[in-house]
Design a protein around this ligand. Structure first.
Ligand SMILES: C[S@@+](CC[C@H](N)C(=O)[O-])C[C@H]1O[C@@H](n2cnc3c(N)ncnc32)[C@H](O)[C@@H]1O
Length: 259
């Protein structure tokens, strides 16, 4: 199945395929959020659907907790990397989140980890996740809220990137009103901070120069080059010696499927 067949524009598919894995969040934090969801579920043979599974960090955590995991991603490149790192999954499916090629309400848990804000049709994707999750099961959403973008050095000193991500990320009230207009009940909400540490300001700039975030790769070349230069100056000023640190914040929303 190619990207066009799964209903994704060529540009979006290219963007997804060129996505590189990187340490953009704390794995411990994601594990803690996943545990907050799985501790509420009682199935003896639990199944999870990881929507926007990427290279498989959440899928691996769930597999290690005894879950059979269906990993769904629009990017075949991401799924290939996921497959080489995580051989023991129930299934890997190249599909768009807004049209899951799955039938039956067999999942105990459907999750979107740093993926919901990237979807063109997040509401439809949420409906799809509900459609395949049994009543009493859970939907787990982990994402960066719009109000928390600015604490990241990457957004603070890269205005074009900040503007782009501000349009894409949800505020907490948007996220909750989207979820609570559906057969879902909020059972857990938490926000945690983490830090990304680089040995020096120059190392942080080098990281950013590889355009490790979707938003950075969507900027026009001239805007990127110009703002990278001012970013380099700003971080060199803020971290003149020693490590350069960016704060980050992730929010976890767990919703029970009510019907
Ligand atoms: C930022 S990554 C997060 C990956 C993974 N959840 C994790 O936490 O490591 C977002 C993922 O969503 C996928 N994605 C983007 N749009 C999608 C869509 N419409 N349907 C399914 N997956 C999509 C991308 O290919 C990418 O792998």
């Amino acid at each position: 199945m190619n990207q066009e067949q799964i209903g994704v524009s060529a540009a979006a598919a290219e963007l997804a395929s060129s996505y590189m894995p990187f340490a953009r969040y704390s794995e411990k934090l994601i594990r803690d959020f996943i545990l907050a969801a799985t501790s509420r579920l009682r199935s003896l043979t639990p199944v999870a659907i990881d929507v926007g599974a990427g290279t498989g960090t959440p899928a691996r955590i769930l597999r290690d907790l005894g879950y059979r995991v269906v990993a769904v991603d629009v990017s075949t490149a991401m799924l290939a990397k996921l497959a080489s790192d995580n051989p023991v999954l129930l299934a890997r499916i190249a599909a768009n989140a807004n049209a899951l090629p799955l039938t039956g309400r067999f999942a105990d848990l459907a999750l979107f980890v740093e993926s919901l804000h990237l979807l063109k049709d997040p509401e439809i994707a949420l409906d799809e996740a509900i459609r395949v999750t049994r009543p009493g099961g859970c939907i787990l959403i982990v994402d960066t809220l719009r109000e928390d973008l600015r604490i990241q050095v990457f957004h603070k000193y890269f205005p074009a990137f900040f503007d782009l991500d501000s349009q894409r990320h949800f505020s907490l009230s948007e996220l909750l009103s989207m979820a609570l207009g559906r057969p879902l009940r909020l059972i857990y909400l938490d926000t945690q901070e983490f830090e990304l540490t680089f040995p020096t300001a120059a190392a942080m700039t080098k990281f950013v120069s590889s355009r490790p975030f979707f938003g950075l790769r969507q900027l026009p070349e001239d805007v990127f080059v110009q703002q990278l230069e001012s970013f380099a100056h700003a971080v060199a000023r803020e971290f003149p010696v020693g490590p350069a640190i960016s704060a980050g914040r992730e929010t976890c929303v767990i919703l029970e499927v009510t019907s």
